[in-house]
Design a protein around this ligand. Sequence first.
Ligand code: NDP
Length: 245
Amino acid sequence: MVENKVVVITGASSGIGQATANRLAQAGAKVVLSARREERLKETVEQITAMGGLASYCSTDVTSMEDVQALADFAVRTYGTIDVWVNNAGLMPLSFLNKRKVDEWDRMIDVNIKGVLYGIAAAVAIMEQKKGGHIINVSSVAGHRVGMAGAVYSGTKFAVRAITEGLRMELSPTSNIRATIISPGMVETELLTTITDEDALNALKSRATAQALQSQDIAEAIFYAINQPERASVNEILIRPTTQP
Ligand code: NDP
């Protein structure tokens, strides 16, 4: 059940992370929102609180293990434990490899892969102690197949799926920790604003579907995974817009 669970969400200042915080708080979870844009987090926390929900925020850059550990410490200080950790923060500066956008490759690897590993490191220490918990990692349809100009982004999302599967196999039998991969197709968020390569943006727009998913659709999938009985570990949810091939 979601009710009363302490849930930490990275990348909660917009899009899927923000919608997930709202959805879970509405279901009675105690949510800890994190991202770098503090003002946005504060606004969402105020909205949740005004609706009678329980929420706090902690400014975090997931590329820093120190920051991520501080986020875990904050959650434990505020709500006593961590039951669920959602590694959602990510960026998608798609580009063709021959553009040599090395800085963007580095950022994607730092946020999309290392950020997830740091979240796992911080959360699993707490969950192993209490022999229970749930790690949810946001991958993508791009973690299943590679799109044009998406070599590095897809590489990071394939990695998220591999890491989550490894985590599940290592931890579930002894520590009772559930691990879930969420793989969305196209969702209408601010993610496209991270693309600086015009050709990549055009390639993406040319295959864009008429009706993208909304962040709430993914929040609902995350709610479902958490809300199952503890004996059921939802390993992956793959959700595309109906019109996305
Ligand atoms: P948004 O751009 O709306 O959200 C991205 C979030 O990541 C923001 O809250 C941003 O917060 C946070 N973030 C980025 N860099 C960092 C960092 N260094 N430290 C902490 N937080 C960071 O996009 P989405 O909601 O779409 O993206 C959420 C996840 O969903 C991503 O992992 C993305 O890859 C995945 N996804 C999205 C799809 C889509 O079509 N939209 C499809 C499939 C997967 P801030 O800038 O304040 O730090």
